[in-house]
Design a protein around this ligand. Structure first.
Ligand SMILES: Cc1ncc(C[n+]2csc(CCOP(=O)(O)OP(=O)(O)O)c2C)c(N)n1
Ligand SMILES: [Mg+2]
Length: 348
């Protein structure tokens, strides 16, 4: 879906082909003051958390892989606004934002990044391997594309148990070229499984741009041969994401089977923590930041409409920073797992 205001985000996709019918009737969700304030707070929490994680990594407190979600916050926050208790979420390794949006604690995520006892996987999983049964979050997966099959399995379980829950499987533009994605699409369409496939098209898979890696760059159409409907969504506008999410959730809950949402989004930081970023220009990044930033969009709207003053927004920023600072303190002071824990809670 391409709201007119943000045409430049989608024009790179739509220029070469007929204009696609807008999803959700071409509209964006009407946000009340409360909706915008909630979206602002949640996106800001992810942004500040990720900035802090980047700092802690630089200081040597976090080891191994660490992939930041900065720039993509509207996708997960907008999707989450359409869910109900029991709906499941699964994603790849760029997962901190998904966990926070699912309601997992900042302390638990940060302490997992630093490998401490209070981490969500008791300090033994790290950035890419965290789970919460309570919050219906199923990881956190380092194998590119694996979460698509697992997310399809979650949808199968919902069908089998006869509940009306929906599973959300997030994956990247690079993962979209993996074979198991299409095996999953086939089964999901065949059995009409309630799964929303969310392609987070941030234009790059590590250092490879979509156009260098993909024969079909319109990911919303990747399910066409299975009869799975798909739509492109402005993933930088939380209202557009919410509108698409509402329709996709309704599609799945009403028994119509899987659906694909391609989120046109962008990651501001490198792929992981050591990325010289020679594959894109600084201007490209700057243009996205200045013209499409998901948080700045909401901030401007809140102020334009008189729904919040600069001081009130600063107060939210302070509250969010406090949560993040607390998580960072905890993640540095909590002890590491005892050596006796080396072989517990793991598959041998
Ligand atoms: C099966 C497999 N192949 C290759 C890799 C190495 N790898 C890690 S991330 C990545 C790029 C994936 O890009 P994308 O799906 O676009 O996700 P993004 O990082 O942009 O969120 C690759 C190739 C891997 N982890 N697993
Ligand atoms: Mg990508």
């Amino acid at each position: 879906m391409a709201p007119r205001k943000t045409a430049s985000v989608s024009s790179r996709k739509t220029a070469a082909k007929p204009v696609k019918k807008d999803f959700a009737g071409g509209t964006i969700a009407e946000f009340s003051k409360e909706d915008d304030l909630k979206a602002y707070r949640e996106m800001l929490l992810i942004r500040r958390f990720e900035e802090k994680a980047g700092q802690l990594y630089g200081m040597g407190f976090i080891g191994g892989f660490c992939h930041l979600y900065i720039g993509q916050e509207a996708v997960v926050v907008g999707m989450q606004l359409a869910l109900k208790e029991g709906d499941q979420v699964i994603t790849g390794y760029r997962d901190h934002g998904h966990m926070l949006a699912c309601g997992m604690s900042a302390r638990g995520v940060m302490a997992e990044l630093t490998g401490r006892r209070g981490g969500l996987s008791k300090g033994k999983g790290g950035s890419m391997h965290m789970f919460s049964k309570e919050k219906h979050f199923y990881g956190g997966h380092g194998i590119v594309g694996a979460q698509v099959s697992l997310g399809t399995g979650l949808a199968f379980a919902n069908r089998y148990r006869g509940n009306d829950n929906v599973s959300l499987a997030y994956f990247g533009d690079g993962a979209a070229n993996q074979g198991q994605v299409y095996e999953s699409f086939n089964m999901a369409a065949l059995w009409k499984l309630p799964v929303i496939y969310i392609v987070e098209n941030n234009r790059y898979a590590m250092g490879t741009s979509v156009s260098r890696a993909s024969a079909q760059t319109d990911f919303s159409q990747r399910g066409a041969s299975f009869g799975i409907p798909g739509y492109q969504v402005d993933g930088m506008d939380v209202r557009a994401v919410k509108a698409a999410a509402d329709e996709a959730v309704e599609h799945c809950r009403s028994g119509k089977g899987p659906i694909i949402l391609e989120m046109l989004t962008y990651r501001y930081r490198g792929h992981s923590m050591s990325d010289p970023a020679k594959y894109r220009s600084k201007d490209e990044v700057q243009k996205m930041r200045s013209e499409h930033d998901p948080i700045e969009q909401v901030k401007a709207r809140l102020m334009d409409k008189g729904w919040a003053t600069e001081d009130e927004l600063k107060q939210i920023d302070k509250e969010v920073r406090d949560i993040v600072a607390d998580s960072a303190d905890f993640a540095q002071s909590d002890p590491e797992p005892d050596v006796s824990e080396l072989y517990t809670d793991i598959l041998l």
